[in-house]
Structure formats: C-alpha cells, structure tokens
Design a protein around this ligand. Sequence first.
Ligand code: MEV
Length: 337
Amino acid sequence: MTTSSAPGKVYLFGEHAVVYGEPAVPCAIERRARVSVEPRDDHRVRVESDDLTLDGFTVEWGGPADEHHDVDVPSNLVEAATGYVDEALSQARDAIGDPEAGFDVTIESDIPLGGGLGSSAAVVVAAIDAAVRASGETIEPEELADRAYQAESTVQGGEASRADTYCSAMGGAVRVEGDDTRPIEAPELPLVIGYDGGAGDTGELVAGVRALKEEYGFAADTVETIGDLTREGEQLLAAADPDGDPGPVLLEELGDLMDFNHGLLSALGVSSRSLDRMVWTAREADATGAKLTGAGGGGCIVALDEGQATRRALEYSPGCDQTFRAELATEGVRAEE
Ligand code: MEV
C-alpha cells in the first residue's frame, strides 16, 4: 500500500476571478486528504471511502475502457468525487505509460467535500502521487500540479484555474495568475473557518459566473476589481515579515480587502444565505474581515481573528455546523508511512 496526503486550502483572495486570468492567493491549511493505492493484477479500479464527509461509498468500475461507472449512492457530489478520482487515475496511468493499469484506492479526508476548502484538489493531487509511486515511478511536484490541474479541468468542463491544485501540491501560500504559478511568503495568519455543513457544485457555480458575464458585460468589471484587490492584498503580504506576528494593522487591512472580496463574490451570485450569515456573525464578533472561500454556494467562510470571539460566535450561530482554526500547511503533497 502506498499512501500520499495533500492539504486543503483557503482563498485569501481571488477565487472565480482567477478562472478569467486574474491573480488569486490561496493558502494551504492543515486539513488533509490521504489516498492509499495498491496496484492490481487486472485493469479494474476499486475505490473505497467512508470519510469524505458523506455516507460511506464503495465504487467499482471496469477500468479506462469502460464508459459506465457503477456508483451506488445517487448523489451528484459522490459522482463528482468519483469523477475526480477517475480523472486522477487517468493522469497517473498516462504518467507511468500504462493505459491499462488497475488500482485499489482508499480515500480518507478531513476536508469537507465541496465545502470550498479544496477537497477535490487534495484528493486528485494525493491520488496521482500515490498511484504513480505505487507503480514504482516518481513525479515532480510541478508535473504533479499540472496533471492534477488537467484532471480538475476535465471534471469541471474545461473551466478550472491552476490555483487549487498548485496550492495543494506545493503547500504554503501561493500566487496564481493564468499559467504563472509561484509560492509566495506570508506570515502565519489567524484563520478561523466556519462551515455550514453544505456544499456547492464548483462546475455549476463557475458556469453561473460565466453566464452572468455573458448576460451583463459589465460583470467583467467586478471580476477585474477582484483582480485589483488581490494585487493589493499581495502587496500587503509581501511587505509583512513572514516569520513575525502579522500585527493588528496588517490584519485590519487584509480584513478590509477580504470583506470587499466577499461583497464582489456575492455580486457575482456565488454566495448563499448561510455563507452571508456566517460572514456577518464573524464581522460582528471580532473578525477584522471575513469572506466565503472557494466556489461558494454553501460550505465555508474564512475570517481573521487572533482571539476566540469569532469562533465562539460561530459556534452559537444557527447557520454554522462547525468552526475551527486553520493552521497554514507549509508542506504540500507528501508520502505517508
Ligand atoms: C474553486 O475552489 C475555485 C474557483 O476559482 C474555480 C477554479 O479556480 O478552478 C471557483
């Protein structure tokens, strides 16, 4: 059994706009997906997971040539999850040069599925890495990030940025603008997550923003403004001491930009009542700023608060299912024992 793990992430700034070539700054967090892979003697694939924040499911399918996947649980999220695994394994087969390779795959994840914390990217990154290593080969993080991006893009109907997959493969804070991907320095920020227990369908939400842009040409200005505020946020992070305390001024300034970013995402139609409610709960507690993270439609918000007030307020907020503090994950994909 060969096991790899990869972290989830939050977006400090820039989701959705990054799909249109604007910059985004996601940051990996210490919540991981672990994927174990055992090569099979035949060309079949068996995937087991009882830990994707959904009911347990077991999927068996016949390998690359089969068109039909036998998925027991009639949930579009489970189908999306198996779609991501399927595409990840296609990439792994391509990387090892064996289009018929079969695998037994076990997935465990403590990242809520579809909740905006990069669960699919983490599963895809860890699955490709584990499948390639289980086949006796190695893969460099840059190639892994690129293959994971190809897999995500296919599942999302060709509309994905490199942000989630690059961040999960590399760890730390990163900057993505089109094909330009690089790690950046950032201080440890006091990130508080609120999770409404729900999920959004990334493909649908991304398509919704495209439809809005097509119907109202001026929505492009909203996307560009997200790009501008992301550049501003990057400058703030670049000026901070990466090993020091971020300090109250930086937290206020970053928080203001996060609030601004949330408002613009809301204008693009990707927020939801529960995300807005959690954002306001966080702001009315002690957060210096709060925004949805990821595709939206339900799932998680990220807030900045050094103290306990935001977590306490979210704990008692009716729309919030879970709240936790997220630590920056400096390590991206890694081999597990
Ligand atoms: C989803 O986590 C982030 C989006 O920007 C889509 C993408 O970048 O592929 C909404």
